[in-house]
Structure formats: C-alpha cells, structure tokens
Ligand binder design. Structure first.
Ligand code: ATP
Ligand code: MG
Length: 652
C-alpha cells in the first residue's frame, strides 16, 4: 500500500499578484515596520478608514501589565457600526447587493441590496426598541444562517445594544447558560430552520432552555422562517412580522463611544467551558475591515463567501462586519457542504460567481474524501483566492484545496486567529508572502508575535515555542464578560505582561510561522515536546487516512506515549497490518521520535459544534479515565465518543 508523499512545495508569489495586490512584499515590510515602530501614528492613520461621528484625538491607550490590563483604542472617538456597514455606502452602492442569501434547498436564494438592508435594519432596530432594548442592553440572537441574522445583529449595533449570537447547534443546556451569563432580556429566534435537509427545532430548543430561566428573558422575537407552527407563550413570545407592523420605518443610528461593547461571543469550547469574549466598537471595526481588505485582497465587485457560521468569530468578522464595512457583497449559506450532494459548495460558487472563498480544513477534508469528480463538474472559474481557518491545515489537504478547488491559480491564505483576537493575526498576504502548506505566514500589521519557552524566555530566530503577543492591536478582546479577573488570569498572568494565545508555534528562517497545536495538547516524549499538528499531518498524508488526532498518555519509559485516533477513507478496512504501516509511515515522514505507540481506528472524532477536534476528551479515553471528561456541552457528536470508549486500547 502506498501513501501520497506529503507535499512540501513552496509557492512563490505569482507576478500578477505581486503587481496587482494591495500589498506586495516591499510594501508589507515597510508598513509592518512602521506599524511596530509607531503604532500611534500607524493606527491613527488607518483608523480613518471608518466613519467617525466625532474623530478621535487619542489612538492607543493599552497596558498588558499583569493586574492592570486595560485595552482602549480611539477612546474619545464616537461612531456607529451599522452606519459604517450600511448608510455610508448608500450614495454609491445603494443598489449593489450587500447579501446573497442561499437557502438549504438549492432552489432558494435571495439578493438584498444595501438600500434594502438599510430598510430592514431600521425596522429591526425599532422592533428591538419596542421590546425595551436600548443602549447597553443585551440581546441573544439564535437564528439560522438567514439574512434576518444579519439584520438583527446590525439592528443591535444601530441602537447600541450588545448582541450575543449563538450557534443553531447549541443544545438547550448551552443556550440556557449563555443566555443567563449574558443576562439577555430579549432573545431572537426562528420558528425552525433546515440544514442539510434536516429540521432545526430552534423554538423548541429555546423553549427548553428558557424553562430553566423563567426570570431572565422577558421577550422572544420569532422570525417566521419555515412557517412551521410553534408554541408561543402569551406575553413573552411575538412574531417579528406582527411587531414590525406596529413600529416606524426610520431609525437614526446611536452615537457610540469607540470602547462601548459591540458584542459578547462565546468561544468554541475546544478546551473547556466557553468563555464570553467581549469586543468593542471602534477598534474592532477598523481591524476587521482592514484585514478583510488586505488579507483577501478584496476589491469592489468581488463576491465574498465565508462558510463559517455567523455565530463564530469568523462569521462575525468575515461574513458580517469586515465585508459590510468595506461595502462588499457577502454570501450567507443556510445549508451544509454535503447536501443535497457533495458538490453543493462548488455549485454555489459557480452559480453566484464567488471570487473569494474562505472555509475550514474540516470541511475541505470531508469533501476531499468524495474525490475530484464532485468538484470538476463545476468550472470554479470565478475563484481568485481561497482561505482556510479554524484548525491547522495539513499539507495533503492544502495541496488538494490548491490544486483541485483553486485550479493551481488561487493563492491560499491560511489565517490564524481566535475569538479573542477579533480578527486575523497571522496570515500570508496574497501579493506578498510565498505560500508553504501548513504555514500561517507572517503577522498582520501591528501584531507582535513572540515565541517563548515554558519559563517565559523569548526565543529568537528559528524556534518552536509557546505563542504570545507582546502588544495590543485594535481588534483585541477587552475583557471576559463580567469576569475581568479571569481575563487577566487566563491571558496575561502565565507570561506576565504578554497576551498568551494558548497555541504553540514554530518559526522558520524566513520568519514564517506554523501553528503546532494547542499547548494543552503538547505531548512530551522523552523530553521532546511534540505538537499535535505535525504528527496528525503526517498521518493524514497517508493515502488510507481521512482524519487523525493524537494525544499523549502516561508511559513508563518515555514519560508520555503517543496515542493516535485514525479515521480511514471510505472503503479502507482497519487491520493490524495497516496499524503497523501507519506507525512506520510517520517515523519515515517526520522522524523516529514521533514513533506512535497506539493506533485506535475510529468511526469519527469528537468535535465541537464548530467542527474542531476536542482532544481533551481523547486524552481522557487514552488514559482510561472515561468518567472525567469535564464540560462536554459543546460536543456535537456524543455517539462517536461512546464508540471510542468501547474500543479504547488502554484498559486497567
Ligand atoms: P476554547 O478557547 O473555548 O477552547 P477554541 O479555542 O476552539 O475554543 P476559537 O476561538 O473558535 O475557540 O478557536 C481559536 C483556535 O483555533 C486557535 O487558538 C487555534 O488553536 C485554532 N486555529 C484557528 N485558526 C487556525 C489556523 N489557521 N491554523 C491553526 N490553528 C488555528
Ligand atoms: Mg481558544
């Protein structure tokens, strides 16, 4: 049996990209140096890309000093996010499509112009007001990927309310805890939704959550989406349509301070209970708009499609706020990549002439499994740039994405960021950075990454260490909702005076970074610290392997042994022979210290509702501590875990 050799190629920047892109290599160097040498001046200039009601006179007022962490940008300026995302485009782009909305059913799609968006958002704002919502109040938004989700979020920003948007995958327990944590008095939902042909019982799940919180929520606004009948609690539940009839059409934007909270967003929960991350108004919008333009080389006329659910940071920043602040056309899709067929994504790209396509490795891997034919029935000629985000992308998947989806001509921006960072912190820039599969390139303007060892010593040059950020950037989170102490503790105390990302990374001689995995997941084999990404990439490079996750477990001689969970491609059978072959394959690919001790074949891997592998659960199974999983509220596929437990290899 032969595997594919791991792609190790480096792609230099094509001439036409270097010539045409906003940022070429020289400009990157100059702008980056300027952003670090004088952040005040740099951001003072770039802050002007958004409209300010009252211009700022101070730019940066930030401290990472442990115990006194305070992050304020453009603090005496005032602005309004919905004004920036809608009103200011109306004269020149009123008839341009702001949103292309693609339904779960391929027959359903809709286009919304900026002028229509304006009308919808003002109506929504007045409906929220009619339910007692004003400046500083919290609204939970629990909607499928339909235009109303964007209307509701922008309506909050119009009147200065703070939104907390939750994934439709959230089970009632998580819904209840997030609603209670954010203390939202109003929740917006839909009767139900459909995703991948399956019904999403949104109102039913919300009712179950609210049963646990009788006091908190005074109003539920229900969008009639599928038209399915749902139970409505008198006095509390209202259909949006009925409320809309009773409120005015016009709603001027509220003047907001730059540091007024914009939203609370809960993290994916890969490493534990989700945290309520708080982002504010001015700096966030400047940073997401600027990264959207430069990272994706966004131009007027591009059709931008970020497939992430809007309820994750990627959707907030690169489906809604960044693109709309730039006057872009953004596509939102209600369904899944595999319904009604494996070519759904590619059909949408051709039909709507998508030019910038941004998705996650987990989606690409699942589509790669169905072969190239599903892609090749479409031309994909409109694509000019591809993006990846959410997890490390292994070189085999990168190569397939580049060759089969991008036709070899589209650069891939592998963007690293976190809910906490608001926008992309490290990425290749398509006109400036040579592309190396598995590398997240170089820092964006104003971002100062450092690698440190466990004791906090800064590592220079080529190095492998823990990734911290030495100074603030405008899109950074400001606090954890109602828990500034935990914010300080979790992010600024481990390496005093630096923002701790929780991720490990490697830096090569050219100053390019690769994310090696989460630090919690590092495996220590006979004194060698091994990140998960490298071993997993090597496993996935084998032709029989679809997906892999590795964790450490206590080992008498080596300290920790490497335990691999492997799912095979369709039609491939698990065998002892294959197990042995995978072990020797990985040794050959990346070296003998990476000798895997145990290989468990799996039907699937435990994932969060956003599709990220939860290695913390896998670690417990490998340690035979199957009753100690901790918070599993964001686990999307519990049946997979039962199967893993039944077939575990370490039993006492
Ligand atoms: P929690 O913090 O609750 O455990 P989470 O970290 O999964 O959840 P997110 O903020 O959605 O929540 O994810 C950010 C993390 O995703 C990063 O810290 C990193 O581990 C991973 N990540 C994101 N983009 C990339 C990328 N391009 N390459 C490698 N890893 C990435
Ligand atoms: Mg995290």
């Amino acid at each position: 049996m032969n595997g594919n050799k791991q792609a190790a190629g480096v792609y230099s920047v094509p001439k036409q990209w270097a010539e045409r892109a906003f940022i070429d290599a020289q400009r990157y160097e100059a702008m980056y140096a300027a952003s670090i040498a004088n952040p005040e001046e740099f951001w003072g200039e770039h802050g002007k890309r958004i409209h300010w009601i009252k211009p700022y006179s101070t730019v940066k007022n930030t401290s990472f000093e442990s115990g006194k962490v305070s992050i304020r940008w453009f603090e005496d300026g005032t602005t309004n996010v919905s004004y920036n995302c809608i009103d200011r485009h109306l004269t020149e782009r009123g008839d341009k499509f702001a949103i292309i909305s693609v339904g779960d059913d391929p027959k359903d799609d809709a286009r919304i112009t900026y002028r229509e968006l304006y009308a919808h958002v003002m109506k929504w704002a007045n409906v929220l007001r009619s339910q007692g919502i004003g400046k500083g109040d919290k609204v939970t938004v629990y909607l499928p990927m339909i235009p109303e989700l964007t209307y509701a979020m922008l309506a909050c920003t119009r009147i200065g309310a703070i939104h907390s948007t939750l994934s439709t995958n959230c089970p009632p327990k998580v819904l209840a805890s997030c609603i209670a944590d954010a203390a939202s008095t109003v929740v917006v939902t839909a009767d139900s939704g459909t995703r991948g042909g399956r019904k999403l019982e949104l109102k039913v799940k919300l009712d179950a959550a609210l049963d646990k919180l009788p006091e908190v929520v005074t109003s539920v606004i229900v969008v009639k989406h599928t038209g399915a009948p749902v139970s409505m609690l008198k006095g509390r539940d209202h259909y949006y349509d009925e409320l809309a009839e009773t409120v005015p059409d016009q709603c001027p934007p509220e003047e907001m301070k730059a540091e007024d909270p914009l939203f609370v967003l809960y993290t994916s929960g890969s490493t534990g209970k989700p945290k309520g991350v708080v982002h504010t108004t001015g700096g966030y919008l400047v940073y997401t708009a600027m990264t959207h333009q430069y990272v994706f080389d966004y131009r007027d006329g591009d059709i931008h499609w970020c497939t992430a659910e809007i309820s994750w940071i990627t959707g907030h920043s690169y489906t809604v706020y960044g693109p709309l602040a730039n006057g872009a056309t953004t596509l939102i899709f209600e369904g899944t990549p595999t319904y009604p067929s494996m070519s759904r994504y590619w059909d949408i790209i051709d039909k709507h002439k998508v030019s910038l396509f941004y998705t996650a490795p987990t989606a690409i891997r699942s589509l790669m499994g169905s072969g190239e034919d599903a892609v090749k029935s479409n031309s994909l000629a409109s694509l000019r740039l591809l993006g990846s985000v959410g997890e490390p992308i292994d070189p085999k998947t990168w190569d397939w994405y580049h060759r089969v989806v991008g036709g070899g001509r589209c650069p891939i921006v592998d963007t690293w960021f976190q809910t906490e960072t608001g926008g992309i912190l490290m990425t290749p820039l398509p006109g400036a950075t040579e592309l190396k599969p598995g590398s997240v390139g170089t820092p964006f303007f104003g971002v100062r990454p450092e690698l440190v060892d466990a004791a906090g010593n800064v590592l220079d040059g080529v190095a492998n260490g823990n990734l911290v950020i030495a100074d603030s950037w405008p899109g950074q989170m400001r606090t954890l909702y109602r828990d500034h102490e935990r914010f300080e503790q979790e992010y600024f105390s481990i390496y005093p005076d630096k923002y701790f990302t929780g991720d490990g990374a490697r830096r090569d001689a050219g100053g390019h970074y690769s994310i090696t995995g989460r630090i919690d997941d590092v495996i220590n084999v006979s004194g060698h610290r091994i990140g998960t990404a490298e071993v997993e990439s090597a496993l996935v490079a084998h032709a029989s392997v679809s997906e892999a996750a590795v964790v450490g477990y206590p080992h008498e001689i080596k300290g920790q042994g490497i335990y691999a969970y492997v799912t095979l491609i369709d039609g491939e059978a698990a065998s002892d022979e294959l197990r042995k072959e995978l072990v020797s394959w990985v040794r050959k690919e990346i070296g003998p210290i990476f000798t895997i001790d145990k290989v468990q074949f799996a039907q699937g891997l435990p994932k969060t509702t956003s599709g990220k592998i939860i290695r913390r659960i896998l670690r417990k199974i490998a340690e035979d501590k199957c009753t100690e999983f901790g918070d599993t509220s964001t686990l999307s596929n519990p049946a997979v875990v039962d199967h893993l437990i039944d077939n575990r290899l370490n039993r006492k």
